[in-house]
Design a protein around this ligand. Structure first.
Ligand code: ATP
Length: 608
């Protein structure tokens, strides 16, 4: 008879594809709802407070109304000059014109200042929110997106949005208000000419709406290609050392060239469409001005219009051009900003795949922690192959386990499960008797610690690199810890001690700093991904000593790249294709000539 757990696993294996498809459609629906909410969130960040909104509205109204008055003054000046008014009177009108022109410019400056303050306040809030959100997303998300893409989202898109908000308020809102104002004044002066101007504006508006549809995809494409270029560049720069060391420079430059070429072509196309549209508008405006002038001349000849009014109409017709041109100019920025809002919205709609526990319980606060992986199965994405299957490992508090296996067998993935960087798709991970999914995330970070091969050091002080910008620790303790890992001499040679900004450190020093970080948190469970890089014998001895000290009195999972390091662990698990194919006490496995572990030791020439 099949044991019940095996039977359950068989049923689950058959149901897995169906479950995944249900999960996929559910998450697609949730994502789309999330996106709408996220876009609203983006716009909410940009909403000004009532006082700023009031000040901006007043400044915009002044900036629009004042230029409307100027042609009225010019018209009056012309008529009064023809009518033989005194020089003093004409000078007064001219001074009035000057005052209006200066005030209009002042109103524009104030509006620009208020608009950019508003835009930057809003977008800074948005940038903070985005950075916080992006940093809070799981490894699953960061594995799919390059840091360059993130930078483009958090900075590039937000700057485009800020630029657009300023331009929107200055050019679009003010432009539309000015257009309405001009139409109202021209209608009042001569309804027939007003009608002609209105028809002309409607035609231009309609043409622009169609043109917008042409410009949208090309602008979006150009921006997407730009993001891809930044991503490529960032990735190559981050890996510059490996690229150079392995002679992959040509390939890197080729890839960069391809990305740059794709952006160039996309931007060229967007530029061509933009310039084409601008040329069409210039022709349309010239035709419009000619029509209005012809009509004004005809009405003036029939005696119903004064010369001053004809001049006034001419000026208003010219005034219509600027807002339309600015509107067209804004179309591209609008598209860019719209695409940016969509992408920012998408980022904000990304949810953590590791749900926070409903009732978080802290891990035991002191002492070594037990670890139990119970039938753990895992795939990196819904459609991906299983990377781990049925992993069951049990460590008593203080016990150490060595994970061995070929490259790609799943050792790092097991470590990620233990650190709760991902949740298993099957089975569970229990630490200190508590399922990690129910454990308080803060206590997980405090009590479970990883020392990995890729030590990330920051351009910050030694102190901040040790505390990872967390609450300050006692200086004496930091010094003792550094001395303990063998960095006492190194610290003594630093000009500002713990406050020295970290410059270049060697691979060995970086490893030792990572151990110092681990000693500072004093974890109950340690995951140690042994560095495979070659260290000089002295540094290697210091690292070995730190490993020994770190493993003493703590539960540990050691991913060993050198079999000789395994002499310090209690149990061994051999991993192959995501399964534990051998698991037992180290001495027993080493003593059994038929075991895989013994064969591995023999092949590596390590004494059993
Ligand atoms: N972030 C990821 N997204 C998708 N697949 C991944 C990811 N990380 C690892 N994999 C895949 O999972 C499998 C197991 O990888 P893992 O890194 O756990 O192996 P490993 O035994 O630690 O290898 P190594 O000894 O080389 O570090 C591999 O097939 C790998 O390609």
């Amino acid at each position: 008879m099949t044991p019940p757990t095996t039977a359950r696993r068989t049923v689950l294996r058959h149901l897995r594809p169906a479950l995944r498809s249900v999960r996929r459609s559910e998450s697609a629906a949730a994502r789309s709802a999330g996106r709408t909410t996220a876009r609203r969130t983006v716009l909410r960040h940009l909403r000004p407070g009532p006082r700023s909104a009031g000040a901006l509205a007043a400044a915009t109204a002044a900036m629009t109304a004042l230029p409307l008055v100027a042609p009225l003054i010019t018209g009056r000046f012309v008529d009064e000059a023809i009518g033989g008014a005194s020089t003093r009177h004409l000078t007064l009108i001219a001074l009035g014109y000057l005052a209006v022109a200066v005030s209009a410019q002042a109103a524009r400056v104030v509006t620009a200042w208020l608009a950019s303050r508003l835009a930057w306040d809003g977008t800074n809030r948005l940038r903070e929110r985005l950075a916080e959100h992006a940093l809070g997303l799981d490894m699953a998300y960061h594995g799919r997106h390059t840091p360059g893409e993130m930078i483009e989202r958090v900075d590039g898109d937000v700057v485009a949005l800020a630029d657009f908000v300023v331009a929107f308020l200055l050019d679009v809102v003010a432009g539309i208000l000015l257009l309405v104002g001009v139409l109202v004044v021209v209608f009042t002066v001569d309804p027939r000419l007003g009608g002609v101007l209105l028809a002309y504006c409607v035609l231009i508006g309609f043409g622009m709406a169609r043109a917008q549809r042409l410009a949208v995809p090309s602008a979006a494409r150009s921006r997407a290609e730009h993001a891809a270029l930044i991503g490529t560049l960032e990735e190559r720069l981050a890996g510059a050392e490996d690229i150079r060391a392995n002679g992959a420079g040509r390939h890197a430059v080729n890839r960069f060239h391809q990305a740059a070429a794709a952006w160039y072509h996309a931007d060229l196309r967007a530029g061509k469409i933009g310039s084409g549209l601008l040329a069409c508008t210039t022709v349309a405006f010239a035709t419009g001005t000619a029509i209005v002038l012809g009509l004004a001349a005809w009405t003036q000849a029939s005696g119903t219009l004064t010369v001053g009014t004809a001049v006034l109409l001419y000026q208003y017709t010219l005034m219509v051009r600027a807002p339309f041109e600015r509107l067209i100019d804004q179309l591209r920025q609008y598209q860019t900003a719209l695409a940016g809002v969509a992408r920012i919205g998408d980022l904000l709609a990304e949810r953590r795949t590791l749900p926070a526990p409903a009732f978080p319980r802290p891990l035991p606060a002191t002492g070594p922690l037990s670890l139990h992986l119970d039938g753990v199965g895992f795939a990196y994405a819904d459609d991906d192959e299983q990377v781990l299957s049925g992993i069951t490992l049990k460590l008593a508090p203080g016990e150490t386990l060595g994970l061995v296996g070929r490259t790609g067998s799943g050792k790092t993935t097991i470590a990620r499960m233990v650190l709760r960087l991902y949740d298993p798709t099957e089975g569970g991970v229990r630490v200190g008797g508590l399922d990690l999914r129910d454990a308080d995330p803060a206590s997980v970070r405090r009590r479970i610690c990883a020392v990995t091969q890729d030590v990330q050091l920051f351009a910050a002080s030694v102190r901040d690199n040790l505390t990872l910008f967390g609450p300050p620790a006692d200086d004496r303790r930091l010094r003792d810890i550094l001395t303990g890992v063998g960095l006492g001499g190194w610290l003594a040679g630093l000009p500002d001690g713990l406050d020295t900004e970290l410059g270049g450190v060697s691979a060995g020093e970086a490893q030792l700093l990572a151990f110092a970080r681990a000693f500072l948190t004093d974890p109950g469970l340690v995951v140690l991904d042994e560095a495979s890089s070659r260290l000089d014998p002295a540094t290697e001895r210091r690292v070995e000593r730190s490993v020994d000290r770190l493993l003493t009195g703590r539960t540990a999972v050691l991913i060993a790249h050198r079999l000789s390091s395994l002499s310090r662990v209690d149990t061994i698990a051999v991993v192959d294709h995501g399964r534990v194919v051998e698991y037992g006490r180290r001495e027993d496995l080493a003593a059994d000539p038929g075991s895989r572990f013994a064969r591995m030791l023999d092949m590596a020439g390590v004494r059993r």
